[in-house]
Design a protein around this ligand. Structure first.
Ligand SMILES: NS(=O)(=O)N[C@@H](CCC(=O)O)C(=O)O
Ligand SMILES: [Ca+2]
Ligand SMILES: [Ca+2]
Ligand SMILES: [Zn+2]
Length: 312
């Protein structure tokens, strides 16, 4: 459980209840399933929000993933905010209603439930980042595009950026990737846009992370320009700083690089609050920050959902 004073954060059990309640209350527009199990056997919950939710309709599909990194608990709350807003405000907020009626929204509130639960075990924060396989794999270095190519991860199991023994060696990345693969229908990937939420630094990041090149043979200058324009619009809405991932540091095996290169998905990373501080404390904002810092991204979520309907 979370330390005293931080009860506003959701444990895995609590978030499971929230998702089940959302579906119970809004069964016409929300359904709950799972993309698979974590290493320790926790269901990786997948919630779908859309009108006629039981039908696979021909509407742009958008994915939000959170908590790849265990200690980044604010991101789990970000995904729960999306679930709450797009179910509770359906029928009352015109923008929410329009987006739920014209998109299929997928949310995975925690990609790394084992790590998140370990991080808070005994009511003490451990600063844990990775999953709970062996000495831990950094899930955001375990994706299969340019895995381990470029010095953007570590081959040492004890490292915080350990890439794993092979691409997709983690059940969690494998499960999410398999779900995305399954959204290729009639030869076309139905998911057109994605945000992976992290903390912290208040940044909007776009691929590639594995190379400093702005564009190359798998991302044309026009496609790179679209990432930059969308990234800048998102950052203008929440006050984060927009930049290409590799401007921060080289990362290889990241989710964004895979989502773009393998599926052409407009895939970005948000680094949430706080902006700086530099230490472990930045991963643990007091729970009073949850509401303001998740609602700070409401407009960005709307922008991405809208952009998902635009052609590349
Ligand atoms: N959330 S974080 O680990 O501090 N930063 C992310 C940045 C992700 C990226 O650059 O694409 C990472 O290194 O995986
Ligand atoms: Ca629909
Ligand atoms: Ca569809
Ligand atoms: Zn992270």
């Amino acid at each position: 459980e979370f330390p005293a004073g931080d009860e506003g954060y959701h444990t895995y059990g609590e978030l499971t209840e929230v998702l089940e309640q959302a579906v119970a209350d809004h069964g016409d527009i929300a359904s709950l399933s799972s993309v698979g199990d974590s290493h320790e056997g926790r269901a990786l919950h997948l919630i779908k929000i859309s009108d006629n939710v039981a039908q696979d309709e021909d509407e742009p599909e958008v994915l939000f993933t959170c908590n790849q990194h265990a200690r980044e608990h604010l991101t789990t709350e970000m995904c729960l905010r999306i679930v709450e807003r797009f179910t509770d405000e359906y029928g009352s907020d015109p923008t929410v209603t329009e987006l739920v009626d014209s998109r299929e929204i997928y949310v995975i509130p925690t990609v790394n439930p084992d790590g998140a639960e370990y991080d808070i075990e005994g009511g003490r924060y451990k600063g844990w980042r990775k999953n709970r396989q062996d000495s831990g794999t950094d899930l955001n270095r375990n994706w299969g595009y340019e895995w381990g190519c470029c010095g953007g991860s570590s081959g040492s199991p004890s490292s915080e950026t350990y890439r794993g023994p092979s691409a997709f060696s983690a059940p969690e990345t494998t499960a999410v990737a398999s779900f995305v693969d399954s959204r290729v229908v009639g030869g076309a990937q139905q998911i057109t846009a994605h945000i992976d939420f992290h903390s912290y630094s208040e940044l909007v990041l776009w691929p590639y992370g594995y190379t400093y090149d702005d564009s190359n043979d798998t991302m044309s200058p026009e496609e790179a320009k679209r990432f930059q324009e969308v990234g800048e619009a998102l950052a203008a809405s929440n006050g984060y700083t927009p930049q290409q991932s590799s401007d921060l540091y080289i990362t290889d095996g990241s989710i964004n690089d895979w989502m773009w290169a393998e599926h052409g998905i407009l895939s970005l990373t948000f680094e949430m609050y706080p902006a700086g501080g530099g230490g472990l404390d930045g991963f643990y904002p007091p729970d009073e920050r949850i509401e303001p810092e998740t609602q700070r991204n409401d407009e960005a979520v709307e922008i991405l959902l809208t952009e998902a309907g635009n052609q590349a």
